[in-house]
Design a protein around this ligand. Structure first.
Ligand code: GAL
Length: 409
């Protein structure tokens, strides 16, 4: 009998006996409209088992939330569960012995045979043991465009980054901000990474992010990217917002033409009642390469020493990967499920593009799976400085980027 069934059966008995339900505090950074709607599907499922989801949402994005979560954990007052991106973000917490080993759940539930691509489970596995449950596939490799902004300007909706850049002046003349960009550094560096994969190509992108080859950073393929990114800096002038979803809102209300952002943006379009293909268009790989990355989110469970909490943590881990919860959560989040044996309730043309790329294997690992958190922070700081300092030249930044990659572990 699978662990889920045993755990759910046990829960039913406990609930029927009126025994104490277990409250679990769960920390995450999903505070936009779409994100909150999605995480409510997890909470509803957990509460339906007779336990209690104590929501610990932290606003301001992952760069703000992760240090707060870490301080709770190393301060001896950990939540029962927390969301990070799967990959290298939690490796130091795992190495410090602060995260619950859930290999027994993984084995009882057969995750090795379910989770697809298997790299997602690999990104939760440290020294052969499983320490997190991946809950979705989110890819940065997208651009979202307002159909009305282009139609109102008498322009065709671009089908590639190249066409987008060429149309920017005409869009600006029509009173539309060409590129929506928020003010947090992960957004600028994230956009650069997407442009790098799209414009430098998969081989060069992997050489830099996977092999840490600084010579490729200085090579002709990346020179094109630094120049394109430098030229893009002025395209967001006129839109002054902080959070990623505020930038998405500008595309939704047609005051901005496009945004480079991960497919979590779909949760915002959905909540606004926007229809993919009709109201907005989507370009995986910026229309330049047919590739997505296998980024996404996972839940980790701090060691608490409390057997009741530990049993509930393992029950929650199994629940988050259950078919019904995978459908309800990912349909709302705009992400792809981590198991192929489920059909999302509503699959719009953008999600279908993602599923087709996933099925064809046209995927690369995400930066969060390849780069150490410290390296990501250094690159975030460099690229946000570049974006907001017109006097910085692409060549200057290219050298500094190469230096960071040269030192990356
Ligand atoms: C990503 C996360 C997504 C999304 C985004 C913006 O790191 O994987 O779930 O919510 O941050 O907050």
């Amino acid at each position: 009998m699978k662990l889920t069934t045993k755990l759910l059966a046990a829960t039913a008995i406990v609930a029927a006996s009126g025994a104490h339900a277990t409250d679990l505090e769960v920390m995450h950074w999903w505070t936009s409209g779409g994100e909150a709607n999605a995480v409510s599907k997890f909470a509803d499922a957990w509460n339906a088992t007779g336990n209690v989801w104590v929501d610990g949402a932290i606003a301001g994005g992952g760069d703000t939330a992760r240090p707060i979560m870490v301080s709770r954990i190393i301060g001896g007052d950990p939540p029962a569960a927390f969301q990070f991106n799967h990959g290298r973000q939690a490796e130091e917490l795992v190495e410090a012995g602060l995260i619950l080993d859930i290999t027994d759940v993984s084995e009882a539930e057969g995750w090795a045979d379910i989770i697809t691509p298997s790299s997602l489970l690999d990104s939760c596995t440290y020294d052969g043991r499983v320490f997190c449950v991946p809950v979705n596939i989110h890819s940065w490799q997208w651009m979202w465009l307002s159909n009305a902004a282009y139609e109102n300007a008498g322009l065709d909706v671009p089908t590639t980054w190249t066409e987008f850049a060429a149309s920017a002046d005409a869009l600006r003349e029509a009173g539309v901000v060409p590129l929506a960009m928020g003010g947090q550094s992960w957004q600028q560096n994230g956009a650069f990474g997407v442009m790098a994969l799209a414009l430098a190509g998969q081989e060069a992108w992997l050489a830099v992010n996977q092999d840490k080859n600084a010579e490729v950073v200085m090579g002709p393929e990346y020179t094109r990217v630094f120049e394109a990114f430098g030229a893009a800096r002025s395209l967001s002038d006129g839109l002054n917002v902080q959070d990623w979803n505020q930038a998405t809102a500008a595309v939704i209300d047609d005051t901005a033409g496009a945004q480079i952002m991960g497919d979590w943006a779909q949760g915002e379009f959905a909540l606004a009642g926007e229809v993919a293909g009709t109201d907005y268009s989507c370009l995986p790989g910026l229309g330049e390469v047919a590739l997505l990355d296998t980024g996404g989110d996972a839940f980790f469970f701090p060691v608490t020493g409390d057997p009741e909490i530990e049993a509930a943590q393992k029950e929650l881990a199994a629940l988050l990967l259950s078919p019904a919860v995978q459908v309800s959560f990912n349909s709302a989040k705009g992400s792809l499920p981590v198991r192929p044996d489920v059909d999302l309730t509503t699959v719009n043309e953008c999600t279908q593009k993602g599923l087709d790329l996933l099925a064809s294997g046209a995927m690369v690992p995400a930066g969060t799976q390849l780069l150490a958190p410290d390296t990501v922070t250094q690159l975030n700081d460099l690229m946000t400085e570049f974006w907001s300092t017109p006097s910085m030249t692409p060549a200057e930044v290219q050298q500094q980027y190469a230096d960071i990659i040269a030192d990356a572990e």
